[in-house]
Structures are given as structure tokens and as C-alpha cells.
Ligand binder design. Structure first.
Ligand SMILES: [Zn+2]
Length: 261
């Protein structure tokens, strides 16, 4: 890895950590229906406004050992996980966008924005069982812009991906009404629109297989009961993130694999 790729990746990891910090706030405020911009960040327990030094991504949480400096109330571990996860995803996106030897800036910006949206969807679906239109719709608009940037026929593959993604989940909702929700359908439209075909197939494969595996393990170990609802969103977003970052490698493996049969 050359020096400029290393520097760009390090810089983008820092940007990712800062974005993660924003995603934590956004997850709470969007679910509550509050404004993203106002009021400034406060401790949810004592209400003290947080000074900049207590809002440094990753470092503040670690330095304060996960507690508010004023009242000692616990700050959820999710804060740290989302900041670290976002930093990691942005770092991987920078590496992926530099894979061709020079940095594809626009690709990096779009991929990072999709990854941030997927992380936010993961948090709200995991914690509240909600995939919010206020996240999926702006991301879909961005994906439309991204599709236009790629011109024909990529545009067609992405439109097809969006229609098939949403249609497939709509079919599942029709067949098994309790299984999934319309939030999942809109998420799959987003995944199809941002990845196109065949990216959507990889995403759905990874999503359903990982969801099935984790669900099976939870059932087997007593972590969940039959009839418990395991949100599918976080597994679809996992599939989406892996595909966004490693689509060329997935295609190579798939082609190699299909030659064996
Ligand atoms: Zn406090």
C-alpha cells in the first residue's frame, strides 16, 4: 500500500468515527421524531450540555469509561460500537476505492454514505424494529443520482435491482404476513438501487444465510424462543455492506465456483 493510500485511509477512518458519533445521535432523534440539528447534544440522564471534549468520537467514551462525567450515568455500549463500526467501514471503503491504484473519490463518497445509512438502519431496526423512511428515502434519492452517474446500462441494472428487491419482500409479506415489514421492502429497494444486479443477489444471499444461521444458533442455545421476531434488517444491511465493499471479489469467487459445476 503506498503512502497516499495509507494517509487517505487513516483520514477517512477519522471521518468515519465522527460520522458514527452523528449516527448515534441520529438514531435516537429520528426514532423519537426529533430534529437532527437542535438542541445541542446533552446527557439524556442529567441534561447537561456536552462540551466538545466529551464528544470526541471513540476517545471520549474510552476516557470516561462509558459514563457521563457529570452524573455518572452509563452511556450505552452502542455509542462505542457504532463509532468504531463506522470508522472501520469507512476505512474499508477507502481501501476498496483505492484498489485500482488511484482513489475513486466519487465512489468513496457514495459508498461511505450508503454504509452510514445501512449502519443507522441496523441500529434502529435492532433496537426498535424500525426502518425509518427518513433514512431510506433520502438514501434512495442518492442512489438514483448515483445510478445516473453510471449511465446506461448500469442505470437499468440498478432500477431492476430496486424493483426486484422491493417486489421480492412484498411477495414474502403477502405469503407470510408476520415475517417482514414494509421497512424491509424499502431497505431492499435501496440495496437494489445502490448495488444493482447481480449485487442484490449477493446481498440477499448473505443476508438470508447469516440471518438463518444466527436465528438457528439463538434457537438452539435458548437465546430466542420459537415465535420471537428476529429483525431481518441488520442481516440485509450486513449483506449490503459486504457487497458494497467486496463486489468484485464476490463476482470472481462466484465465477470460479460456477465453473466447478
Ligand atoms: Zn449526565
Amino acid at each position: 500500500m503506498n503512502i497516499s493510500t495509507t494517509l487517505i485511509t487513516l483520514y477517512w477512518i477519522l471521518v468515519g468515527a465522527a460520522v458514527g458519533s452523528f449516527l448515534n445521535v441520529a438514531a435516537d432523534r429520528l426514532v423519537a421524531g426529533d430534529s437532527l440539528l437542535q438542541p445541542p447534544s446533552r446527557c439524556p440522564s442529567c441534561g447537561k450540555r456536552l462540551p466538545p471534549l466529551e464528544m470526541v468520537p471513540l476517545l471520549s467514551y474510552l476516557a470516561l469509561r462509558g459514563r457521563c462525567r457529570t452524573c455518572g450515568a452509563k452511556i450505552g455500549l452502542r455509542t462505542l460500537l457504532v463509532e468504531a463500526g463506522s470508522a472501520l467501514l469507512f476505512g474499508l471503503a477507502a481501501l476498496s476505492a483505492s484498489a485500482a491504484g488511484r482513489l475513486a473519490w466519487l465512489d468513496l463518497l457514495f459508498t461511505s454514505t450508503y454504509l452510514a445509512a445501512l449502519l443507522l438502519i441496523t441500529v434502529t431496526d435492532w433496537e426498535q424494529g424500525l426502518i425509518l423512511d427518513r433514512v431510506t428515502f433520502p438514501a434512495l434519492a442518492l442512489a438514483a443520482l448515483d445510478a445516473l452517474r453510471h449511465g446506461w446500462p448500469a442505470c437499468g441494472w440498478r432500477l431492476g435491482g430496486a424493483v426486484i428487491g422491493a417486489g421480492l419482500i412484498a411477495l414474502i409479506i403477502y405469503l407470510v404476513p408476520e415475517g417482514m415489514g414494509w421497512g424491509d421492502a424499502k431497505l431492499c429497494a435501496l440495496l437494489g438501487a445502490s448495488l444493482g444486479l447481480p449485487g442484490l443477489w449477493f446481498t440477499l444471499f448473505i443476508g438470508f444465510v447469516s440471518g438463518g444461521l444466527i436465528g438457528g444458533v439463538l434457537l438452539a442455545t435458548g437465546g430466542a424462543k420459537r415465535g420471537d421476531r428476529l429483525p431481518l434488517g441488520p442481516f440485509l444491511t450486513l449483506g449490503g455492506a459486504v457487497t458494497l465493499l467486496y463486489q468484485p471479489q464476490l463476482l470472481t469467487w462466484f465465477n470460479a465456483l460456477s465453473k466447478l459445476f
